[in-house]
Design a protein around this ligand. Structure first.
Ligand SMILES: [Zn+2]
Ligand SMILES: [Zn+2]
Length: 370
């Protein structure tokens, strides 16, 4: 570390290390062999295409992908907002070289490129819920998959109620671009044949969403929308579990403490869980009381306080589910000053341990590979 580096914030040092390592890897990808070694392009509608698979026959065959399951933290920013050091929420599970995306907030598309996963052959997306900090890059992702021209297999998008409608809306955005390029460039593929949205039921017990020869994905309803809201709208939020040959990984998405999630996460290897610092919870409880006194009982502050997890909530879920490792993401507070984190890492990790979780606790960073 140079003397200059010591003047940088932890976030900036992490960001520079990630970029430097990715730059070094551009030629050899030695530190990300599972991303650098691609499978041959033998795909079907039910089998997601290996990342990096050549679009047309001709280039020399790449070596088979290194087997294994890795999690790539693409975006770890908490809530809606754009900042330099963290993209909005997105993660990828890469199984034997094939990526599965979980959420697609703003910045995800670029993070997919920086991570070397890429976006052209991504075939499967799961949404935990449809807040825009988890979905904003979907229109960009789908339209660039179509415009890129190499996408021959469908992209299947799963999520709670409203997902099919959201995908239809993204197709609506893409339609004008497709009309122009179809006339002007002789394109032949109708975007509607490539992109399919699927609404998944929100259940208390784990429900199977997808199973292929690499992974089984199950989901439960999480606790991101309180009963006072779900009584008045059809929208729900989900948590997902990925089981592969080697590992089990759970993504909570946004949620308060949830017994459904405890059931989903039983014995999981990685428990990727959202978190807000206790100070954020306390400040939002105080603001919600002020808003209620001023005549607004349903405030943003009340939403934040009631529908996210304090470090103690995370620790209670992790301990009760007996997961092996906790990975924190969707970090609140988010950075408000470029290059700073606005919090000490221990504000998150200490509370998880105080609640009784004794395993490893990792604070997620963008482009972290686990
Ligand atoms: Zn969120
Ligand atoms: Zn949310």
């Amino acid at each position: 570390m140079s003397s200059h580096d010591t003047e940088l914030s932890p976030a900036e040092r992490a960001r520079r290390r990630a970029i430097a390592s990715l730059a070094r890897l551009a030629g050899t990808s030695a530190a990300l062999p599972f991303l650098a070694s691609f499978a041959p392009p033998t795909v079907s509608a039910q089998t997601p295409a290996p990342i990096g698979a050549p679009a047309t026959p001709g280039p020399p065959a790449r070596p088979a992908p290194q087997p294994g399951t890795r999690v790539v933290m693409l975006g770890t920013h908490g809530g809606a907002g754009i900042e330099r050091d963290r993209a909005e929420t997105s993660s990828a599970v890469v199984v034997d070289g094939v990526p599965y995306l979980v959420d697609c907030g703003y910045g995800s598309l670029r993070q997919l490129v920086l991570s070397t996963i890429g976006y052209q052959q991504l075939d499967t997306i799961f949404f935990t819920h449809l807040h825009d900090d988890h979905t904003s890059d979907l229109p960009a992702l789908l339209s660039h998959q179509w415009t890129g021209g190499a996408k021959k297999t469908p992209t299947e998008i799963y999520g709670p109620n409203g997902t099919a409608r959201l995908v239809d809306a993204a197709l609506g955005y893409l339609r004008v671009n497709a009309e122009i390029r179809t006339v002007d460039e002789g394109r032949t593929i109708d975007p509607a044949t490539l992109f399919h949205g699927h609404d998944v039921a929100a259940t208390a017990a784990p429900t199977r969403v997808l199973a292929d020869d690499r992974v089984t994905v199950t989901a439960v309803e999480s606790a991101h929308y309180p009963g006072r809201s779900t009584d008045r709208m059809p929208h729900r939020a989900l948590s997902y579990r990925f089981d592969t040959k080697e590992r089990s990984v759970v993504f909570t998405g946004d949620t308060a403490y949830s017994e459904n999630i405890v059931g989903l996460a039983k014995g999981a290897d990685l428990f990727v869980c959202e978190v807000m610092a206790q100070s954020v919870y306390d400040a939002n409880v105080a603001r919600a009381k002020e808003a209620e006194a001023a005549g607004n009982p349903v405030s943003i502050a009340r939403h934040v306080a009631e529908t996210h997890s304090t470090p103690a909530d995370v620790g209670r879920m992790a301990a009760k589910a007996k997961v092996k490792t906790v990975v924190l993401y969707h970090l609140l507070p988010a950075a408000r000053v470029p290059g700073s984190l606005d919090y000490a890492i221990t504000n998150f990790t200490d509370g998880v341990r105080t609640a009784g979780f004794t395993g490893e606790v990792i604070v997620g960073q963008d482009l972290m590979v686990l």
